[in-house]
Ligand binder design. Structure first.
Ligand SMILES: CC(C)(COP(=O)(O)OP(=O)(O)OC[C@H]1O[C@@H](n2cnc3c(N)ncnc32)[C@H](O)[C@@H]1OP(=O)(O)O)[C@@H](O)C(=O)NCCC(=O)NCCS
Length: 378
């Protein structure tokens, strides 16, 4: 039998062939279906980009209108899901609430017809449409309020911000939020996407696929880092404190949150776009001292660790953008999930098209031929 070298974290080992997205970590390039992220952020919308990723081509005007129409009319959640969510503890993390709710959707749509394009489309529409409603509903219910019904006259991002804050958002804030979703929708074979593909490969339903990916996204080394960036900036507290704080972290070999990436060895192109969006928000709604602190952190980290390829990643500036929009810190990762669900679904569809169940091997490093010791002799 062939003996393969064990690579912790499967670093550098291809887990799938995929035509969904591409990263060049040396040049700082990210493409969705061959289109640069900068171009999509400037010209597209989240739903159009989701369509592109899932069906492989930009939609025609009619196709996009039909897709948007379907999403708009599937945003409501069943009252039983809402009642189930009401019984969740308000102290629970919204990612856990989202994972449970996404899995529960599968109870209502248990018919599994994976070879039927209509089933694929219905599942895609239902998941993209209801995940934001579930995130907003949990947020209101944990504050003791009733969830707000989605508004059919608002587009995808404006409706989410409306459901979250119970008021219509500023158009610039809604536009910037939509761009944030584009920036987070897909990123090659990361941990949650891998998790989605492993689950998909068993031919289970798409709700289980998304629920397992949500669970994976929740960890601080993946989607949870932008929460920790905000905590770090608050702890630093002033521009003068930045240098000693960063030096102390480097000295004890601690990780600086929002920096470093397995693939990017230059500044993440999404961080550059997010920084620009943050500046637009500050110009309209007032400056934020944490942005000054963040810029100084970037300067000091680049000076100290730039030679190692440690630069800001997507999480460094996204928290500042969401914070300026008044979004609570523990909703940052659920918002990441609202975007990434479309990427996971693109991988679900791609996995089904040429499926083989994931069944890797392991390097056994345990014992052999041990005799059983009766309990009274241990
Ligand atoms: C994202 C991350 C997990 C990538 O990890 P990785 O590819 O395994 O990178 P490594 O841990 O092998 O890092 C390589 C070197 O850079 C250092 N490094 C990596 N990220 C660092 C960071 N954020 N701060 C300080 N040093 C860092 C490592 O300590 C290591 O140094 P060494 O060679 O002296 O041991 C890692 O950079 C990290 O934990 N970042 C902070 C969390 C974060 O922002 N996550 C969001 C990712 S989008």
């Amino acid at each position: 039998m062939m003996v393969c070298e064990y690579k912790p974290g499967l670093e550098g080992i291809p887990a799938a062939q995929s035509s969904i997205s591409y990263v060049d970590g040396q040049k700082g390039i990210l493409e969705y279906r061959g289109i640069r992220i900068e171009e999509l952020a400037e010209k597209s919308t989240f739903l159009e980009t989701a369509y592109l990723l899932i069906w492989g081509e930009l939609p025609s005007k009619e196709e996009l209108e039909a897709f948007e129409h379907e999403i708009r009319h599937h945003r409501r959640i069943k009252y039983r899901i809402r009642d189930m969510m009401k019984s969740f503890p308000e102290s629970g993390h919204p990612m856990d609430a989202l994972q449970a709710s996404a899995a529960a959707l599968g109870l209502f749509y248990s018919l599994r017809d994976l070879h039927n394009p209509a089933y694929i489309r219905d599942s895609v529409v239902r998941l993209i449409a209801t995940i934001p409603t579930m995130v907003a509903a949990f947020q209101l219910m944990r504050k003791g309020n009733d969830p707000v019904r989605p508004r059919d006259d608002l587009d995808y991002s404006a409706n989410f911000l409306y459901m979250l804050n119970e008021q219509e958002p500023d158009p610039l804030a809604a536009k910037i939020f939509d761009i944030c979703l584009i920036l987070h929708v897909e990123h090659t074979m990361n941990a949650s996407t891998f998790s989605a593909r492993v689950t998909a490969s068993t031919l289970t339903d798409p709700y289980a696929v998304v629920a397992s990916a949500v669970g994976t996204l929740g960890g601080p080394l993946h989607g949870g880092a932008n929460e920790e960036v905000i905590q770090m900036l608050e702890e630093i507290g002033s521009v003068e404190n930045v240098r000693p704080y960063v030096e102390e972290l480097i000295q004890r070999k601690a990780k600086i949150m929002g920096f470093g990436h397995r693939v990017y060895k230059v500044k993440d192109p999404r961080a550059t776009i997010l920084q620009n969006l943050a500046e637009q928000l500050f110009a309209k709604f007032g400056a934020d001292k944490y942005y000054d602190i963040a810029q100084e952190v970037e300067r000091v980290v680049e000076e100290k660790l730039g030679s190692k390829g440690i630069y800001p990643n997507v999480d460094f500036y996204s928290g500042l953008v969401y914070r300026k929009m008044g979004i609570p810190t523990d909703l940052f990762t659920p918002i990441f999930a609202i975007a990434r669900v479309a990427g996971w679904l693109a991988h679900w569809k791609e996995q089904l098209a040429e499926n083989r169940i994931f069944r890797p091997t392991q390097v056994y490093n345990g014992k052999h031929d041990i005799t059983y010791t009766p309990i009274d002799q241990r």
